[in-house]
Ligand binder design. Structure first.
Ligand SMILES: [Fe+2]
Length: 240
């Protein structure tokens, strides 16, 4: 029997992640949403100013390397294409203020132990790894923003499509107020198709099909732990 294509195996890993992660399956509460804003603002800064740049450094393909740096710059410096010149963490900070967290509190937030564990794990999966495994690490969670994985609203509109709907309902926010999620739906579909295509091409060329699939599974296991950590801490926040 012919072996399944590497893209089909990667898609399978993202689909599993989308179906099993408690944070997606369980109801969003105000506590969880607030904890997401606090932690994910920090996480997006760490990933895009430290972790993904390590992958860029290791990447020998010039176009791919520049593509990573360009995407990181939109995340941490300024996104003129989708974000009106603001960095994505700034847009998330504004969303945090909109759902009732004082800006000083957002800026003083510290990473949870689970978030710190995720960063340490990603460091191991992104810094001292073959660059192609690093590219998978850079893109596998964004891939869940593309429709088609998981079930229900997530399958229809992607992860951030699901967040946009449930945040909108919970906090009575309109689409323009939920721009953090909306901009990623457009940006990530574009980024992700290019990334996924490149992974397929290079995995074949370098005979690394099994390695990229394993990298995808491991990175998504860390994402699952990170998100469930936010859920648990959000529940504690709400009950205090
Ligand atoms: Fe972003």
């Amino acid at each position: 029997m012919a072996k399944k294509s590497v893209l089909a195996r990667l898609d399978r890993a993202v689909d599993d992640f989308s179906r099993r992660t408690r944070y997606f399956r369980e109801e969003l509460t105000k506590g969880r949403a607030r904890m997401f804003a606090l932690q994910h603002r920090l996480n997006t800064r760490q990933r895009n100013s430290v972790l993904k740049l390590k992958v860029a450094t290791n990447c020998p393909d010039w176009e791919t390397r520049l593509g990573i740096i360009r995407a990181c710059s939109q995340e941490v410096i300024a996104d003129h294409e989708h974000g009106g010149g603001r960095a994505h963490w700034e847009i998330l900070e504004d969303l945090g203020v909109r759902i009732g967290i004082p800006r000083e509190k957002i800026r003083a937030a510290q990473p949870l132990p689970s978030t710190q564990l995720a960063w340490a794990a990603w460091e191991g999966l992104m810094a001292n790894r073959h660059w192609l495994e690093g590219i998978v690490a850079n893109t596998c969670a964004e891939r869940a923003n593309v429709p088609g994985y998981g079930t229900g609203i997530m399958k229809k509109h992607g992860w951030f499509g699901l967040e946009r709907q449930r945040w909108g309902k919970l906090f009575k926010l309109g689409d323009d107020e939920l721009e953090f999620f909306e901009l990623h739906e457009a940006a990530d579909i574009a980024h992700s198709d290019a990334g996924w295509g490149a992974v397929e091409r290079f995995a074949k060329q370098l005979h690394m099909e099994d390695e990229v699939v394993a990298a995808c599974e491991r990175n998504l296991a860390v994402w699952e732990m990170y998100l469930n950590g936010i859920g648990e801490a959000g529940d504690r926040l709400a009950s205090r």
